[in-house]
Design a protein. Structure first.
Length: 84
């Protein structure tokens, strides 16, 4: 079983191996395919968590609370609360 919960700044290091793996990023955002350094990933992660009109959540194993992925909605409208 998995659960969705907020991401935290200290979890950025868990994204390093994911975003450096072409198999993981193959069908993801094109920005992910260009990020290779820790600094690039840190900057993206910090900016992602700061975006007010996005909902960014971690995917966690419910049994262990281990972070296993990332999901979110972008461009959430303040008017009708829809997003992508």
């Amino acid at each position: 079983m998995v659960k969705l919960a907020p991401l935290h700044p200290e979890q950025v290091t868990q994204f390093y191996p994911w975003l450096r793996d072409p198999e993981v990023t193959q069908y993801s955002l094109s920005a992910f395919q260009e990020m290779k350094t820790a600094q690039q990933i840190d900057q993206w992660f910090e900016a992602t968590l700061a975006q007010a009109n996005n909902l960014n959540l971690g995917i966690y194993l419910a049994e262990t609370n281990a972070l296993i992925g990332y999901a979110g909605l972008t461009g959430i409208s303040a008017t009708n609360h829809t997003g992508e």
